[in-house]
Ligand binder design. Structure first.
Ligand SMILES: N[C@@H](CCC(=O)N[C@@H](CS)C(=O)NCC(=O)O)C(=O)O
Length: 225
C-alpha cells in the first residue's frame, strides 16, 4: 500500500491529486507542521531533507515532488508521455523546470529568511526579484499551454498540468500579504487549464479531502476558509 506523508495544501497536494487521478489505493499520514514534525529524526529517515511530501512505496520512501510524480507515471504508465513517445523529451524538460525553477522560487517566497536572512530590506528585494522570475516562468508556461492542445502534453492531462495548476493556487494565496503581483488574467490559457482540471472528479476529491473549498484552482481560498 502506498503511504503519502502530507499536510493540507502542501506540496503533497500535487501527489494526492495524481494518486486520485490514477485511482491508486493509498493511505495518508498527517505531518504535524506546527510541531515541525518534518524535521524529526523519524521523518528524516524517510526524507533527509525534512520536507513534505514523502511517498512510501514498495521500493522504499521517495521524496521530492518531481521524483514521486515521475515514479508514479512510470509505474502506472499514465499521466505522462511514455519513454519513446515524441513528447517525452519536452515533458521531462518541463518537469525539471517546474521543480528546479518555479517550485524553488516559491520556496524563496515562502521562506526568504533561509536565503537572505532577516533584514526586511533584503527580504523585500529578494521577494521582488523572485516575483519577476515567477511571472516570467508563468509567461513561458502560458505559451506552452496555449500551443493548440487541451493540456501541456497533448489531448490528455499529465502530471505537468497538476503541478503547474497547484503552484498557481499557492501564488494566489501565499505568503499572505505578498500575493498582489499575481493577476490570474495575465495568463488566460493557464487559467483555462486550471478550470478544466478543477472540474475533474479526481481533482475535486483530492482537494475536498484537504478542505480546500469549491474552486481550489481558479478562485482559491485558504484551507478551511
Ligand atoms: N523540492 C521539495 C520542496 C517541498 C517543499 O517545499 N515542502 C514544503 C511544504 S509545501 C515543506 O516541507 N516545508 C517545510 C520546510 O521546508 O521546513 C519537493 O518538491 O518535495
Amino acid at each position: 500500500m502506498l503511504r503519502l506523508h502530507y499536510a493540507p495544501d502542501n506540496a503533497s497536494l500535487i501527489i494526492r491529486i495524481a494518486l486520485e487521478e490514477l485511482e491508486l489505493p493509498y493511505e495518508t499520514r498527517l505531518v504535524d507542521r506546527r510541531a515541525s514534525a518534518q524535521k524529526s529524526p523519524a521523518y528524516r529517515a524517510l526524507n533527509p531533507r525534512g520536507q513534505i511530501p514523502v511517498l512510501e512505496t514498495p521500493e522504499g520512501p521517495i521524496f521530492e515532488t518531481a521524483a514521486i510524480l515521475l515514479w508514479l507515471t512510470e509505474t502506472s504508465g499514465a499521466l505522462a508521455p511514455p519513454p519513446g513517445d515524441p513528447a517525452r523529451g519536452a515533458f521531462l524538460s518541463w518537469m525539471v523546470a517546474l521543480s528546479n525553477g518555479m517550485q524553488s522560487d516559491l520556496r524563496r517566497m515562502f521562506y526568504p529568511a533561509r536565503y537572505v536572512g532577516e533584514d526586511p530590506a533584503a527580504v523585500a528585494a529578494h521577494r521582488a526579484l523572485t516575483v519577476d522570475r515567477l511571472g516570467a516562468a508563468l509567461d513561458r508556461l502560458e505559451s506552452l499551454a496555449g500551443a493548440g492542445h487541451g493540456w501541456f502534453c497533448g489531448e490528455t492531462p499529465s502530471v505537468l498540468d497538476i503541478y503547474a495548476a497547484v503552484m498557481m493556487r499557492w501564488m494566489a494565496l501565499y505568503p499572505e500579504g505578498h500575493t498582489g503581483w499575481f493577476r490570474r488574467a495575465r495568463w488566460p490559457a493557464l487559467d483555462a487549464l486550471a478550470a478544466r482540471l478543477e472540474i475533474r472528479p479526481a481533482v475535486a476529491r483530492a482537494c475536498d479531502r484537504e478542505g480546500l473549498g469549491p474552486t481550489p484552482l481558479t478562485a482559491p481560498r485558504l484551507p478551511g476558509a
